[in-house]
Structure formats: structure tokens, C-alpha cells
Design a protein around this ligand. Sequence first.
Ligand code: ADP
Ligand code: MG
Length: 251
Amino acid sequence: MILVDRLDVTLSGKKILNDLSLSIPDGVWSCLVGPNGAGKTTLLKVLLGNTPYSGSVTSNGEEVFRSHQRNVAFVPQQPHIPQGITVAEYVTLGRAKKDGWGNESANSRALIAEILELTHLYGMHKQLVSHLSGGEMQRTLIARALAQEPELILLDEPTSALDLHHQIEVLNNLQFLQERGVTIVSTMHDITLAAMYAERIIVMQSGRVLAEGDAQEIIHSAELRKAFDDRINVFTLDSGRPVIVAKKDGK
Ligand code: ADP
Ligand code: MG
């Protein structure tokens, strides 16, 4: 369990996160939603443990910036991809902390083969990452994160560059992971997708948390509308599934 208590983050003299308190249960998929500039990416970086903060952010009772034993994978929105690296090499980077670079164990090699299969990258493992399409690139980033066998995986807008089909494919991969006990925290602009996959939703606006809780309850809450200045419509399909779309001219 991660507990965030009265978190403040100030960057370049500007308060980015303001008196934020929330909890992130283990083994659950939590999704941060809110307008641009709400502080979602900043909160992910705090959870990763590499952004200075005041207040308290503990993982199993230990402040995150001090707990170096944690195995946390981070999939950034704009990753830095080393020049000339192949898919297989990039995914293998996920094992570097465990095995040392260039020194993969037989177990690691078997795991990587399994992950390449799962993420449908097996046939393209020799291709350069820089030559991949958006969907293949995102699958490669996630494959590297999986290779790390993390306890927590943080993803910043994992589907924003993908077409509808590839969005579902990537999110299904993450769900597979979550069903095996990994804790997931993602940001997602598409609230319909957030409601389809996340069990918990955290609504943010202007560096604050407006609401957190069960995804299906939050989707229908006044706080979600408020976060988007009441410029969204929430519909419910016959199947019971919520669909969230932007209003046009107030309708
Ligand atoms: P979101 O991911 O919800 O769009 P961010 O966490 O990226 O929001 O940013 C929240 C706010 O903090 C924005 O107004 C952004 O401009 C500002 N911000 C982010 N990083 C820095 C930084 N290093 N220095 C100053 N301001 C920053
Ligand atoms: Mg962001």
C-alpha cells in the first residue's frame, strides 16, 4: 500500500502538487485523470521516488525516496531510446538491474522470450526500436517494464499515441499483469478507457485531488465533471459500460 499524506511539490518556485492525500492499494490498477497541467505526471514521478517533495509518501511504511529496494518500472510518455538499439536489446535492459548488462541468466532469457511472445513482438525482436510504429514502440516500452518483474508499474499516458485497436491490445497486456498481482498506476486522457480497465480512479485538478475511489462510482461523480469544468458528458451503454465524451457548445 502506498500512502500519500499532505504531499506538496514545488518545482522552479511553483507549487505543482498541493496538500495531496490519497492511498494506492496493492495489486490494483489505479488511474489518475484530470485536465492538462493537473499534476498527474508529477505525481507519477513522486511515486517513482525521484522527485523531491514535502509531506509523506510511504510504500509499505517506508518513504519512497529512501526505499532503494523497491522494484518500480516507469513507462514515460516521451521515452529516451538509445540510438541503434534493437527491440530484444531494449527489452533486455529491463533485466540489467537484476543480472548486470550483458550477463543475462538463462531464466532471464526465457522470461524475455515469453514477454516478447505476450506483447506480440517476437517476430520483430531484431528490428531497431527507432524504426517501430507508435503501437510497436509502446509495446516495446511495456515489454521492457515487464522484464523488470516490477512490484509497481507507473505509466504516463500509455495509449495516447495509439489507434483504438492498439489501445485495447496494450491495456489488455497491462490487465494481464495486474491479474498476476502487480500494482498499476497510470494516467489516461481517455476516461472511457480508464473506466474500462482501472478499478480505482483518482481525479486531479490544479495540483489537488478532487476525488478518489471505486472507478464506477467516480465516473458518475460531480467531482469528475467539476475537474473538467462540466465540459464532459457521461453516457451509459446498454451493457452498463460508461462512455465519457467532451461537450461541444455546452451540449
Ligand atoms: P499533467 O501531467 O497533469 O498534465 P504535470 O505534472 O505535467 O501535469 O504538470 C503540472 C504543472 O506543473 C504544469 O503547470 C506544468 O507546467 C508544471 N511543471 C511540471 N514540471 C515542472 C518543472 N520542472 N518546473 C516548473 N513547472 C513544472
Ligand atoms: Mg502529464
